[in-house]
Design a protein around this ligand. Structure first.
Ligand code: IDP
Ligand code: MG
Length: 138
């Protein structure tokens, strides 16, 4: 059964949207198999976002993700990686389709990094890598 790493980012936690995000994952039919609230430190975030190192939004992204608590979870189900990316919507919340998490719940705040409520792994390889970063105990 396929698994993906999902994060509710600090903007989602601050805005009390954890329940809303979990509800969308569960009502879609995916199973939450692990879940924790945590603070991510810089070292962990640099590993998680290694593919973006050197991009102009990299430092603001790491700073933003370390700015408050996040919720990390593993969801499971057939094609959950693709399915959650569809639920999340486009990276840019201004153009993310209404009906998606980002399209319904986020907008451009004029910040250096796009604040868009959630992260979801983008491939089986990424999911395996990211799950081991956030859930080394599993
Ligand atoms: P994704 O989260 O939709 O997979 P990625 O390209 O992996 O998007 O980027 C990681 C995160 O970095 C995004 O979710 C967003 O918070 C931020 N980000 C991505 N591209 C930009 C950009 O062009 N400007 C500002 N922030 C960005
Ligand atoms: Mg990504």
């Amino acid at each position: 059964m396929e698994r993906t790493l999902i994060l509710v980012k600090p903007d989602g936690v601050k805005r009390n949207l954890v329940g809303e995000v979990l509800s969308r994952i569960e009502t879609k039919g995916y199973t939450i198999v692990a879940l924790k609230m945590m603070s991510a430190d810089r070292e962990l975030l640099v590993r998680h976002y290694a593919e973006h190192e050197g991009k102009p939004f990299f430092e603001p992204l790491v700073e933003f993700m370390a700015s408050g608590p996040i919720v990390a979870l593993i969801a499971e189900g057939n094609r959950v990686i693709e399915g959650f990316r569809k639920l999340a919507g486009a990276t840019d919340p201004t153009v993310a389709e209404p009906g998606t998490i980002r399209g319904d719940l986020a907008r451009d705040q004029g910040t250096k990094v796009v604040q868009n409520i959630v992260h979801g792994s983008d491939s089986v390889e990424s999911a395996t890598r990211e799950i081991s970063i956030f859930f080394p105990e599993l």
